[in-house]
Design a protein around this ligand. Sequence first.
Ligand SMILES: [Cu+2]
Length: 174
Amino acid sequence: MKICKHLYQFFITILTFPTLALLQALVRNYVILTLFFCLNFINVTPAIAANLSSDLLKQPATEITVNLGNAANELKFEPNHLEFVTGKRYNLKLANPSQLKHYFTAKDFADGIWTQKVEAGKVEIKGAIHEVELKPGGEAEWVFVPLKSGSYSLRCPIAGHTEAGMVGEIVISN
Ligand SMILES: [Cu+2]
């Protein structure tokens, strides 16, 4: 929103100068358009969320399972390439079948999705989640709707794990 603020200040400055009436009228229109755009931008996520909760969230979620490590304690995600489509509902089932603790860390990916909930054991967490830690034998379900297409990196930030190849790629397409 920093850009919007700067634009707003810029337009206010121009408006307070004694310039041509025509120019002022033009700028005034731009100010209105810019503010409209900024407000739309601010409101886009709640608007999407409101739409989602009304119909899409009643649809069954596509289940995808990702293992963090494996029984042989290899440092990798299985699978290490995930694909999602914007506007669809997913249930990402995370499991740690290893004897080590692991993280599912994909912050940019997490910024590009709308999280409905993360469920683990008898607890359900609602709202934005950025990373999930799974202790040995741990399981969690991350239910979300991808919003922003892109290619995002996944990794386990525990010392040595990323370096050993505990990384992955997540692609969201339209
Ligand atoms: Cu790890």
